[in-house]
Ligand binder design. Structure first.
Ligand SMILES: O=C(COP(=O)(O)O)[C@@H](O)[C@H](O)[C@H](O)[C@H](O)COP(=O)(O)O
Ligand SMILES: [Mn+2]
Ligand SMILES: [Mn+2]
Length: 345
């Protein structure tokens, strides 16, 4: 599966990133998202597979989306029988965020990317586009920090695991009212807080690599981004835990369903009977083969964004595999027609 799909999924995220980057800085969040969704769908539909979106965003805020349950890939097309041999059919589950950080793209801010995770059927946690409480930390702290512990306790553990003083730690938190108490607690424990407006996949991913100066992600973001982050962190050996948040009171945005009760029903209908369960990376991305791919739209601290030149563009992507145990940075020059020259930098 990795060999067959590894290269194809790079192209999926590259195409989405290029489409979205054309709308960088134009103040049109929905268009930046829409074109990424369309480019991702179009490229996915050229892959020899029977793919199914198991978790994706857009439901909460009515944004453009690849919807949950949508089938993608050549073998799901109306003429599939003529094109696909059922005996060698690859059935794939996919978690997507074609434009992670739509505001970042619309306002020309760093850290947006086109991102997805894939696994064999059943290998990714299927949930609605709810919120998720998250804790991400570097591999050295895996299984030692715990989302059920307080931020203060976790910072002490993290400091020990990373052999640093607490005031040398940087914790990324999304700048939201729901995090005001968390931010106060982290600061009074002595650590430093990096507030981000959007883009918690990039923050979780940064915990998987040393040298990013990001040592933890704490707080509540969206569930699809949680599953995608978990796929990457599982393969990187980092720590990731997520707990679904289904009570609109907790997130204070009014963007998830009418009520806690209705949300609990929705979870039940998807087979989630223990709504408060804390999932670790291996449960959110449980497949034998798990692949993560991201392509920068605007530059972040791990990957560069799309750089256009006359007649082409250069992209940088990151593909992580739990099978080959690789984190591959892929630089690509894309030629649109016949460019006069190919721009290296
Ligand atoms: O910042 C984010 C927005 O993602 P997108 O809509 O794809 O541009 C994500 O990284 C967050 O995980 C999440 O969607 C966000 O925290 C949702 O919370 P809120 O903005 O408070 O509704
Ligand atoms: Mn997102
Ligand atoms: Mn998005």
């Amino acid at each position: 599966m990795e060999n067959t799909l590894g290269l194809e999924i790079i192209e999926v995220v590259e195409q989405a990133a290029i489409a979205s980057a054309k709308w960088m800085g134009k103040g049109e969040k929905n268009t930046a998202d829409q074109v990424a969704v369309e480019a991702m769908r179009e490229r996915m539909n050229k892959i020899y597979m029977r793919g199914r979106i198991v978790i994706g965003e857009g439901e909460r805020d009515d944004a453009p989306m690849l919807y949950i349950g949508e089938e993608v890939g050549i073998c799901t097309q109306p003429n599939a029988e003529a094109l696909c041999n059922p005996d060698e059919l690859i059935e794939i589950d996919i978690a997507v965020d074609p434009c992670e950080g739509t505001n970042l793209v619309a306002y020309g801010q760093p850290g947006s990317m086109a991102v997805l995770a894939i696994s064999e059927k059943g290998g990714l946690f299927a949930a609605p586009d709810f919120y998720m409480k998250k804790l991400a930390a570097p591999p050295a702290a895996k299984g030692k920090v715990d989302i059920n512990k307080s931020a203060t306790e976790n910072l002490k553990i993290l400091a020990e695991c990373l052999d640093r003083a607490i005031d040398e730690l940087v914790v990324v938190v999304m700048k939201r009212d729901r995090h005001n108490d968390l931010i106060k607690e982290i600061r009074s424990a002595g650590a430093r807080v990096q507030l981000i407006s959007d883009g918690d996949v990039g923050a979780a991913l940064s915990c998987g690599f040393a040298g990013t100066n990001i040592h933890a992600l704490m707080g509540i973001g969206a569930a699809p981004e949680g599953v995608i982050s978990a796929a990457a962190m599982r393969a990187l050996g980092g720590h990731f835990q997520g707990q679904l948040i289904y009570d609109p009171e907790v997130v204070k945005t009014g963007l998830i369903g009418e009520s806690k009760e209705a949300n609990l029903e929705r979870l039940k209908s998807m087979g989630i009977n223990d709504p408060d369960k804390v999932y670790d990376a291996h449960e959110l991305a449980s497949g034998e083969t798990v692949l993560f791919a991201a392509s920068g739209i605007t530059s972040g601290n791990l990957i560069e964004g799309v750089r256009f030149f006359n007649g082409g563009a250069r992209t940088q992507s990151l593909v992580i595999s739990n099978q080959s145990k690789t984190a591959r940075f892929v630089d690509t020059i894309h030629m649109f027609g016949e460019p006069k020259s190919l721009q290296l930098f």
